[in-house]
Structure formats: C-alpha cells, structure tokens
Design a protein around this ligand. Sequence first.
Ligand SMILES: [Zn+2]
Length: 315
Amino acid sequence: MRTLWVLCVLFITFASPATAAPDKDKSCKKLPKEMASALGSAIHQKDEFVVHYHATGPNAIQEKADLNGNTIPDAVEDVATKLIAMREMLTSNGFVHPFKQPRYQQVRQIHAIMLPVKGNGVAYESPRTMPDGTCALIIHVDNDVSSENITPAHELFHLFQYGYTMFKRPWYLEGMARWSESMLRATPPKTAPLPKSNAELTAFFDKKYDAVGVWYALTTGVDPVGQIKVPESAANLRYVSGKKMVQDDKLPGVAFMRAVLEGLDKLDDQISTAQGLTPFGWSESMQRDQKHDLPMWKLIETLYHTHGPTGRAAP
Ligand SMILES: [Zn+2]
C-alpha cells in the first residue's frame, strides 16, 4: 500500500521579537483576523481537542461519510480520535504534553481547523486567544484529507516539539515528526546511512521530511527491538470505520528521542543565556538559523553513543 506521507508546511509564526520582555513570553496572543475567519461553522470537541469544520461551502470537508449516523462527519470524528490516540501514545511513552511545559502553561485547548491547506497540515507555535477567551494552540488540517490520513498526529507531534525547544531546523522538526507518525501506524523503518563526512552532514542538514531515514538509522541503532507502550486508552481507540487507530507496538528509539528533545531544550537555554535572549522570545530567523545545525548534531551524536546497546560500534 502506498504510504500516505504527511506534507506539512511549517508556518512562519508571529514569533515574539528577541527583545520581548520576559513577562510577555507566555502571553496568549490575539487571534489574527485571517485565522478567526478560517474557523469552522461547526465544532466537534473531545477532551482538550476542538475540531472546526465546514459541512458546506468552499471550505467544506470533502469526505462526508457518516457511517455511525450521528450527523458528525466521520472524517471529523477521526481527527479528534486520532489526536487523542497520539496524545495517549506520546504521554504514555514519556513525552511531556505541551500544556505541562513552561512555554505553554497558559494553554488549555488545541484547536484543529479543517480548511484548504497547502500541504496536508500546519502546526502553529504561538498560543492564541480564541473567540471565547480560551488560550489555545492551533493546527490546520487540510479539508480533503482522508479519514485515515496521519496528518493530525504529525501536527500534534510538532506541538510537543515546540513545547520542548525553540529550534525549527527542518531536518530535525520534520524528520523527527515523520518518525513519530509510526506511533500510530505499522511502518517498517526505511533507514538511510548516517552522515560520516562533512559533505554528507551538510546534505543531511538540507533535508526535511526525508531526513527521517537518518533518524530511523539512529533509533534502530540504539534500540533494535523498538518495543513501545500501547496503553489501553489508545489500544481501544478505533476509526469510525472500525479499524484500530494504533496499528502495532513497535517504534525504535523512544527513550533516545525523548533524550534528544530534553537535550535540545537545555541547548536552547544555553544559547539564550549566552546571547541575552528571553527563553521563548527567539525570532523566526533565530529559530531557523543553520548555525544551530552542528551544535544540535553534536548533541544527537553524543546521545547516540550513550544510548546504544552495550558494545555497539560507533557509526
Ligand atoms: Zn510537519
């Protein structure tokens, strides 16, 4: 079966300038007009997730099946259930929910807005004040994704990444998010050789989604068995069609990936201190600056050598 890869566009956020006052860092910003006008005419809420959608009109969801006859399109219900499944898988495997991170302590909801999107989805890093006053993180999901498309889970993982660290280098952000997709689906890792020369490393730093091959090489290297926890709260979740949301209990390198995120969290703090920046006040260009590549990679390499099975040879 052809894999449904997620194409996600990283949004150029309305990041705070580097000079923002510390007490502004955790503020919940005003919802921009273009975002407010994109909110759906109907909502479906489950736990902290609020799915917005249009049943009719130019932004209407394309897959209108309603197998369970509850008047909520299955594609909408499946977005909400998939977000819950991904949250349960991530938190059960030790990843810290964004709301529990210092950066997002003020946030109470995650709004998934279904509308036409370039690519399949977008995850926005800045919390926004919704019309009812709730502080929320926002993801956009294309209105024509199929019920089983993994995009919502991929975008939720970006919110977890944003909770840990300010870095937005695509080889890290998209490569790791693509790895995370296999929390829900059974996908055998397709590994790529670890970069060895400076030229190979430079080529790797230019990758986005296809950086996942190196991430899989790292994670299978440290954790060839790749057993993960599937809590009952996720194992029992199904698409409206009846298919299980979580396909298997295999994904290599969960502890390693957690350590990478924790390490990047510390690394961005060190950079903030050294450069006099507020911890969450990095400009967009600072978050995306390729000068971070080598320090990030050195951290990852060190963790690779300390997390591997005993006696594993260095790459
Ligand atoms: Zn993405």
